[in-house]
Write a new protein. Structure first.
Length: 408
């Protein structure tokens, strides 16, 4: 697909759904069913292939094999050949590969049927002395910027993974069509990262990066990936508190669901007859045994019941854990207290309603769980920096008064 065609297609999808989803696929099956699920584009990444081998995404960053050759082999045979619906497929290009000439290799990527490239694996995930040594050897992030610039000049679609404000500015200047803030390795599941940013830290980082990106140009589509985002509730929180309009999922789309579904399916077949009646009990016991399920339980409850009165103490009782312990786990994972999270969630929902429906503000406040408008107005101003009326009248959702700038 031509770059202009992709941009028009994504623009139209944003108008209809308001969100974009990219899926990092490690084999043809994942790509095929991602398309069935209406993914907007596919990324062929070396880490995706390693995940299909039962390995961590980190393997894609290590010298176990030639990453570019690995992507070229499996993506051409398994993904491009199955792409009947002409969904854009991006090549995960290791721009620092010392045995390729970037311009020629990007031509080859285009010739075999890819719609564009992304800078993956990225040097941006590496820091410390190794990062310094790589930069000194000319194997730094600048090569990734160069790859995006070359691809853009050849009219290929480009998605840039960025890790800080300066990289965002440089990638926008190079012509990146999408700026995707990489929040690190994804949490969750058997192989997920154990040390990740909290949701609040992810919000702050994304807002800083998007602010710098906007200073150069507001044209690139703003995306998120990795780190604390492993469930739809996590993503909703990021949407409510940043200007991101899309998400790129790898582990969250194929590894974590596969771990859960395959394991449960095997147990169902193994314990036919007894498993179904004990399924709810098993889920409850699993929730008690796994710490991260406590937080996911609270997030899921808020997502379903934010319009009602919610007692954190009662949630702790339902989870069979002390209120103090649940509070500690919640703040560690999310990065803020439960009352702060609930308030931001409700304000985020209010903004969504205000954008989509023409309702009296007093009615909006009731729909998101506030008992009186005065409390809603004070809370809204505390989070957004403007009263609900000022937000509606002054911004019209499209003015220079950018919500992410206020939050940052």
């Amino acid at each position: 697909m031509e770059r202009e065609q992709i941009l028009l297609q994504l623009k139209n999808r944003l108008k209809t759904s308001g969100r974009l989803i990219g899926v990092a696929a490690g084999n043809g099956a994942v790509a095929k069913y991602a398309v069935h699920g209406h993914a907007d584009f596919i990324l062929a990444l070396s880490s995706g292939r390693f995940r299909q081998m039962g390995r961590s995404s980190l393997a894609g960053y290590l010298p176990f094999t030639n990453g570019n050759e690995l992507v070229m082999q499996f993506a051409v045979r398994e993904i491009i050949s199955l792409n009947e619906k002409a969904v854009p497929i991006l090549f995960g290009l290791c721009a620092n590969d010392p045995v390729i000439i970037l311009e020629r290799y990007i031509d080859q990527i285009c010739e075999v049927g890819f719609s564009g490239i992304t800078n993956y694996p990225s040097i941006g995930v590496i820091d410390g002395q190794l990062r310094e040594a790589l930069e000194e050897a000319g194997l730094g992030y600048q090569k990734e910027i160069e790859a995006i610039r070359i691809a853009h000049a050849k009219n290929l679609f480009t998605l840039a993974f960025v890790f800080d404000e300066q990289q965002a500015e440089q990638m926008v200047s190079a012509g990146a069509d999408m700026i995707c803030v990489n929040l690190g390795l994804t949490k969750g599941g058997e192989l997920g990262a154990k040390k990740v940013l909290s949701l609040e830290a992810g919000v702050r980082l994304a807002n800083r990066i998007f602010s710098h990106s906007n200073a150069v140009s507001k044209e690139p589509v703003k995306m998120l990936t990795g780190g604390p985002i492993s469930t739809p509730m996590d993503l909703q929180y990021m949407y409510d508190n940043t200007d991101a309009v899309g998400y790129v999922g790898g582990s969250s789309m194929e590894r974590i669901p596969s771990e859960q579904i395959i394991t449960d399916r095997i147990i169902e077949f193994k314990d036919t007859g007894d498993y179904r009646k004990d399924k709810l009990l098993k889920k409850m016991l699993d929730g008690v045994q796994k710490h991260f399920d406590y937080v996911e339980f609270v997030q899921a409850y808020v997502a379903e019941n934010y319009m009602n009165e919610i007692s954190f103490h009662e949630l702790a009782l339902v989870a069979h854990v002390s209120r103090t312990h649940l509070s500690m786990l919640f703040k560690k994972n999310i990065g803020c207290t439960f009352p702060e999270y609930l308030l931001k969630f409700r304000i985020g929902k209010a903004i969504t309603i205000m954008k989509q429906r023409h309702l009296p503000l007093s009615e909006v406040s009731i729909l998101v769980g506030f008992k009186d408008y005065a409390h809603f107005s004070r809370s809204f101003k505390k989070i957004v920096g403007l009263s609900p009326k000022e937000y509606m009248m002054g911004t019209n959702h499209e003015s220079d008064c950018n919500y992410s700038d206020i939050r940052a």
